[in-house]
Design a binder for this molecule. Sequence first.
Ligand SMILES: [Zn+2]
Length: 458
Amino acid sequence: MTNYFSSTSKKQGSVLISGAKIVLTESGVARDCSLFVMDKKICDIGDRSTLLRRNGNPDTEIDASNCLVMPGFINNHSHMAMSLLRGYAEDLPLLRWLRERVWPVEATLKPSDIYLGAALSAAECLLSGTTCITSMYFYHESGNEAQAVFDSGLRGILAHGIFDWTAEDGLKKTVDFVKSWHGRDEGRIRIAVSPHAPYSCGPELLKRIEQLRTDLNSKFGHPYKVLSTIHVAEARNEQNEISERYKVETKKGVATYLRSLGVLTEDTIAAHCIHLTDEDFVAFKTTRASIASCPVSNLKVGMGVADLSRALREGIVVSLGTDGPASNNSLDMFETMKMASLLQKGIAGDTTLMGAYQAFKTATLGGAMSMHQEDLLGSISIGKLADIVVLDLSRDLRSTPLYDPYFYVVYAASSASVRDVLVDGRIIVRDRKILGLDLDRLRADVDARAAEIQQSSM
Ligand SMILES: [Zn+2]
């Protein structure tokens, strides 16, 4: 396997991000502010001279004057490898798209393709301000998403999706995946179990996967718990489909059904959650399971709009995701965050819903909360891991004028403003380039493979 990210695994010394025009810290907006990063963490916040006096000279200084510094986005639902199929087939009815186009070509993908697609996605994430991603695809020892995320320097929760028709192999691969990868690089890589969906996993399989998760956690769950991620209530007819296929009761809703099986827990990251019943909201509240909403993909695939305003009002943990690049077609969290907010306003005809600050929080801290790592991730605060994004305001006309930084970041900014990115205190992106990445070679390899895919599908 080609490691396109040759030098990102290098050790990083201390970093001073100095003189930022604006820093979005957990405790508020700070102006003309600097951050000192050491041993992976944000260890000091204040003015430059004070930080230098207290911490000495840094190994690297990043001049952030005329920049806005913010926590990196947490993209909480994706299928990274599928960037290889971005734009491969479009504008078909969903089932035809899946059955005639996506699934047949996926069956021909090799482990090296999974690594290649995930590497492209990792690069896109980093260059668009995402520092952590949750992704469900297929694990092969010889080529997988975890390896690409690890090599790129990104943080991630990766999972092997299990279906009825892959149950035994899927359970075995999940064990192998956890054993090989869970907790790597001091928890930068985590593995989750992943029943694909309640319409593709029967009730007994769902319970077996949850039991496996419990067993895995007893051996490998400290200090990083093995979580679970699953698609929930994405399609309009999902309730009926599950009930007919498995002869189970789903009248009260899909999430309620999952709860009755004991598989909806505080460790569940439930993607989509568009078609929820009143009982389903209760199920989320009482279990403390979290929602990973993917507004752009939901629109593109014609699935509908999740009621995030209600979920937030009821105290449910809400995070955002892009879903796979074949149904989005990007991993752009700026776009996702803005779309999430606008949809809540537009559908309800209420401009007060999902305001900029709340949308920003769902794209950052919401993900950290769903991972039970809000003490370490999701905001800029002393003691937290340095997963930081520097936006260059001077290159973005839309940052003029700048009355309120949250209004700017959510409603006007784009990934084009991302200049520098740190993950775990390491500088991964500097001046819009991923350090050590041969991006041209990566793109050429993806193009070559895409040409083969297109050729064989004719
Ligand atoms: Zn998905």
